[in-house]
Design a protein around this ligand. Structure first.
Ligand SMILES: C[S@@+](CC[C@H](N)C(=O)[O-])C[C@H]1O[C@@H](n2cnc3c(N)ncnc32)[C@H](O)[C@@H]1O
Length: 226
């Protein structure tokens, strides 16, 4: 998979549950979704009475503009997926068409919630590595899906380290998924990031999860304050 920029593709609550092995207890924590983009995670969690704040630079745009950005890239991405059948695992999504349909469902659930969510300050403009609006230790759990490690070609090691430390400043636990790059290889930054965080006394584990779409992309990094 080759992408010029970080794409506004969003996943559902059911995918977040699998990617991050979210338990009932996890869902009742104060959650920060970092780089949630047009995922329907916040919308669906809010409907269930949970507390999620999503932060993403994308939220400086209107819903209409986000929708347009999505449609500008979706067909190219699905075509790239179709051309590389052995790179993907069709267990959660059944096919490239099903993947496209599921991304559309998530986008529309996000868009239906976006204006209300912005008014309620559940969708906040911000970006790693500085979440300057967020106070220390505000959240029980910070989640980052399909941004860190995935875009290792676009963002370097120092960015990744700074981003992880920043999420640990605002949350007592951080989970990141997947650990693969867009090319499907393990990110070269996993080992140095783990080394750096362990040296600072954080508790780390790499855990197997249910979700797998990129072949081999079925692990998350979990970091807790020591
Ligand atoms: C592929 S989308 C993933 C969306 C969502 N996390 C999911 O898995 O469904 C990547 C998101 O990262 C966001 N992003 C780009 N640069 C960022 C940064 N510096 N800090 C936080 N998010 C960023 C993009 O705007 C985009 O919404």
């Amino acid at each position: 998979m080759k992408l010029e920029q970080v794409v506004p593709f969003g996943r559902s609550l059911s995918e977040y549950r699998e990617m991050f092995s979210l338990s009932v207890g996890d869902c009742s924590r104060n959650i920060l979704g970092v780089g949630d983009g047009p995922a329907s995670f916040n919308a669906e969690m809010t409907k269930l009475g949970h507390r999620v704040i999503s932060v993403d630079p994308l939220y400086s745009f209107t819903g209409q503009a986000i929708k347009q950005k999505f449609y500008e890239v979706v067909d190219d991405i699905i075509e790239q997926v179709r051309r590389t059948p052995s790179d993907w695992v069709w267990t959660y999504h059944q096919s490239p068409d099903d993947l496209r349909a599921n991304r559309l469902t998530a986008l529309h659930a996000f868009l239906a919630d976006y204006d209300a969510g912005k008014n309620q300050k559940r969708y906040v403009v911000g970006e790693l590595p500085h979440l300057s609006e967020v106070h220390d230790a505000t959240y029980g759990l910070a989640l980052c899906s399909h941004f860190l490690f995935l875009y290792s070609d676009q963002f370097g090691l120092e960015f990744h380290k700074a981003a992880l430390y920043e999420m640990l400043r605002v949350a007592s636990e951080v989970r990141v998924f997947p650990l693969l790059t867009l090319k499907g290889a393990r990110s070269p930054y996993i080992a140095p990031v783990v080394h750096s965080l362990e040296k600072q006394g954080f508790q780390l584990s790499i855990q197997r999860v249910e979700y797998e779409l990129q072949r081999g992309g079925n692990e998350m990094l979990v970091v807790k304050r020591g």
